[in-house]
Design a binder for this molecule. Structure first.
Ligand code: SAH
Length: 347
């Protein structure tokens, strides 16, 4: 007998679910009940939908699947950070990270399996981009971390950063759909102000975000404000140059009035001179900016090395003198390869 290919029920909107029940001779509100199970209660199976009759559950089972992610392996760092290896319905794996601090729990989630960009300091860039994640696969990572936060830290998830595997803007529609669900009262009801999308900087899509009037925060992985240097460490910069990037950010700021955060690693012998700092100050002058100086998490044989404290201090002093907010961010979860740029499915 030929097996009927069942549909992924979570690809349906609330309205489509309501219509499905009506066309099966049932009431439209059943669609609402199922929708709540799927999203608010993040149900993994039809069996748990106890306010539906057994027949209805069987009918759903016969027609649909719930392609839920599965946390395959969970690792805990000595600093409390948790890394989930997440298995997708087609057996591909991505990673997401829970980062606890005194006052918050942040989820760092993936948007693609692998990455198509080629940042030379990032472990994920060595994995070929296999595919984009669906909105529900992104949503599920957040729910999994929210559950872990409640279980291990007795508080709900407070923030989300799209800084896991992949380039979120290269999966624009699905990332935005996932954020809609995360912020909707139908889903997790989180404030978009607690969500940050981090991009290596795709100018056309930064403009699109501004046009779409998104309400989440934007972070740009800059790492150098000198074209030649940026291209040498982030080769796609040859195509998306700094002047294009800057223009798109000016546009973003004009439309959203939302402060831009720059992520920046200072490497020994690459971007650690006063000239590099001055270029950065010049680059961020057009809008209120914040620079996060990130600690480098080694992924290679020593080609990239974290700059000296003196070089970091030079950045901090110069930025502060120019009224640019600067923070020095320490790595979390290094011992389990969970820190920025270390996500490479090593388990
Ligand atoms: N593609 C997106 C999001 C994923 S990377 C982006 O580029 O922003 C998340 C952050 O980690 C980026 O700022 C990235 O530049 C940084 N990063 C990558 N590799 C790193 C490493 N080895 N050490 C420290 N930060 C790294």
């Amino acid at each position: 007998m030929e097996e009927i290919k069942k549909k992924d029920i979570r690809a349906l909107t609330r309205e489509q679910l309501r219509e499905f029940f009506v066309s099966n001779g049932d009431k439209a509100f059943r669609g609402n009940q199922v929708y709540e199970w799927l999203w608010q209660k993040a149900a993994y199976s039809f069996d748990v939908m106890t306010n539906l009759s057994k027949e209805t559950r069987e009918m759903l089972e016969a027609n649909f699947v719930i392609n839920h992610i599965k946390v395959d392996q969970m690792q805990r760092s000595s600093d409390g950070t948790i890394k989930n290896a997440v298995r997708l319905h087609d057996d591909l794996i991505v990673e997401s990270v829970l980062i606890p601090t005194k006052s918050r729990t942040t989820a760092c989630v993936s948007s693609q399996v692998g990455c198509s960009l080629d940042c030379r300091f990032c472990a994920t860039s060595r994995l070929k981009r296999m595919r984009n994640l669906n909105p529900d696969e992104i949503y599920d990572q957040v729910v999994a971390i929210d559950n872990e936060s409640r279980l291990y830290f007795e508080r709900p998830l407070s923030n989300i950063v799209f800084m896991g595997m992949g380039e979120p803007l290269m999966n624009y529609n699905n990332v935005l759909k996932a954020i809609d669900k995360i912020t909707s009262p139908d889903g997790l009801g989180m404030s978009p102000k607690r969500i940050t999308v981090s991009t290596s900087g795709v100018p056309k899509l930064i403009r699109k975000m501004a046009d779409d009037e998104v309400k989440f925060k934007l972070a740009v992985s800059l790492h150098s404000a000198v074209d030649e240097i940026r291209t040498s460490i982030m080769p796609f910069n040859a195509k998306f140059t700094l002047s294009d990037l800057r223009e798109s950010l000016v546009y973003w700021y004009e439309k959203t009035r939302s402060r831009i955060t720059y992520e920046y690693v200072v490497w020994d012998g690459i971007n650690d001179t006063q000239k590099d700092v001055d270029a950065l100050v010049e680059f961020c002058r057009f809008a209120p900016s914040k620079v996060n100086l990130i600690e480098y998490n080694p992924i290679d044989d020593g080609e990239f090395k974290q700059a000296s404290n003196a070089a970091i201090d030079r950045y901090v002093n110069t930025l502060e003198k120019n009224n640019i907010v600067v923070t020095v961010r320490r790595s979390r979860g290094k011992d389990i390869d969970a820190a920025c740029g270390q996500l490479a499915n090593k388990s």
